[in-house]
Design a protein around this ligand. Structure first.
Ligand SMILES: Nc1ncnc2c1ncn2[C@@H]1O[C@H](COP(=O)(O)OP(=O)(O)OP(=O)(O)O)[C@@H](O)[C@H]1O
Ligand SMILES: [Mg+2]
Length: 420
């Protein structure tokens, strides 16, 4: 349970507040939020901030249960007035499941998606309180290290006027648009780069403007618009992960992201210096205010390790752990200060891909931890609600003719036919 950042008297959330937070939890299989699908509702909130949430799974043994549990608990806990979250589990009746599946199908068909990011994509935004601490380096190295494990990873450079992702990934082709086969609307095609068995799909204003001076003119005016366009009008296609390089500081872009992709998980980058840690707390606070979940802290520019193994804590020690403790999230890892990191960024060859040395190892191990523990990808192949629904659909159809001559079709779901 994450402790609240503000120690002053905090007010527990209302049922509406909790419901809004639950709306940020997407059932990855069905592609809609758990409130809309009738899967989750707020049962009670005690005066001291303990929240009970009712969750009904489509089927009892749903393999996504652990993920839904974690998503609900951590999402509701982003409210500063919440001191504890308890889930009461239940299982849908066959009728409820049919209604949920009908709703999911309707949503998929009727509701134009707000973004082009698939519901199954895990979204990670790399943020920090202040500039120059290594957000972009962390973004490209983590994205590349995740891709190297065989995943398709989007990289969105949300540092609209201070972009550095193109150079760091050695990409410079201008973006082109293609007509969406369904709607005919133009869609931006991301630049791609194969990494190991995986693929990076990359979008940045750096691919749209001729020089950084032109990008500067976009400042303020275009910020949230540009983010919106990158989320809506890019033909992202299938993505396991989307890693977003956030601009320095906090503000408009983060608010825009919270609005458009409330399921985003933030990763906060800090240096070991106490001053950076203090500023990073503000980023964490801001994330909480916009109800974004914080997945963890990465300490960058940790001790420099020389060739003889001697350690030099050039920027101090312990800032990452102190920040993680203060905001109640895990320290995902420490990246040492190392010339290879900067050299790799300058040459477009992220050190995490083929580099050796402690920094490359640290990036790869954080990426491994992310995909195995912290934010595992959505494994659709294990999903079962759809299979159960298919079985229901294939249930027994009985046709009879009513007194008024109307044909009555009654489908009895397989699951209701005991023993069959
Ligand atoms: N672990 C590291 N070891 C050595 N150099 C590093 C390390 N991390 C980042 N750098 C270098 O520090 C500089 C700043 O890093 P980076 O551009 O990733 O930071 P940023 O937080 O994205 O900055 P901005 O706020 O300007 O976007 C770059 O030159 C980068 O190569
Ligand atoms: Mg940057």
């Amino acid at each position: 349970m994450t402790p609240p950042l503000v120690s002053a008297a905090v007010v527990p959330p209302s049922v509406d507040d909790v419901t809004d937070l639950l709306r940020a939890v997407i059932d990855p299989e069905l592609g809609s939020d758990v409130v809309d699908l009738g899967m989750a509702s707020c049962r009670s909130i005690s005066s001291d901030g303990f929240v009970v949430v009712d969750v009904k799974l489509t089927i009892g043994g749903c393999p996504l249960r652990a993920q839904i549990k974690k998503d609900i608990e951590t999402r509701v806990a982003t409210h500063p007035g919440v001191r504890g979250v308890k889930i009461e589990w239940g299982e849908m009746t066959s009728e409820e499941r049919s209604a949920t599946m009908a709703k999911a199908r309707w949503n998929a068909r009727e509701k134009a998606p707000d973004t082009a990011i698939p519901a199954t994509t895990r979204v990670l935004a790399v943020s920090s309180g202040k500039g120059g601490v290594g957000k972009s380096s962390v973004t490209v190295n983590l994205a590349a290290a995740i891709a190297a494990q065989g995943y398709t990873v989007g990289v969105l450079d949300a540092d609209i006027w201070g972009f550095s992702v193109p150079r760091m990934l050695g990409l410079d082709q201008r973006l082109e648009a293609e007509a969406d086969p369904d709607t005919g609307r133009p869609r931006i095609r991301p630049n791609t780069r194969v990494v190991g068995d995986g693929l990076l799909k990359v979008v940045s204003t750096g691919f749209l403007v001729d020089d950084e001076g032109t990008a500067l003119m976009w400042r303020g005016l275009m910020l949230t618009k540009a983010l919106e366009q990158f989320l809506r009008d890019v033909a992202w296609g299938e993505l396991d992960y989307l890693v977003i390089d956030m601009p320095p500081g906090t503000g408009d872009v983060q608010m825009g992201l919270a609005r458009m992709l409330p399921r985003t998980d933030m990763i906060i980058v800090t240096t070991p210096a106490v001053s950076a840690q203090k500023v990073a707390i503000r980023a964490a606070d801001m994330a909480r205010r916009s109800f974004l979940r914080i997945a963890g802290v990465i300490e960058n520019m940790s001790e420099f390790v020389c060739d003889h193994g001697e350690r030099y804590p050039l920027f101090g020690r312990g800032g990452g752990q102190a920040l993680a403790d203060e905001i109640g999230v895990p320290l995902l890892g420490q990246i040492p200060l190392e010339p290879h990191v900067a050299a790799g960024s300058d040459s477009g060859e992220p050190v995490a891909v083929a580099g050796s040395g402690p920094a490359a190892v640290a990036f790869r191990s954080i990426a491994h931890q992310l995909v195995t523990e912290t934010i595992p990808p959505v494994q659709m192949s294990q999903c079962s609600a759809r299979r159960a629904d298919d079985a229901d659909q294939r249930g027994f159809t009985e046709v009879s003719v009513g007194a008024d001559g109307v044909v009555i079709e009654s489908v009895t779901p397989v699951s209701l036919r005991g023993g069959q």
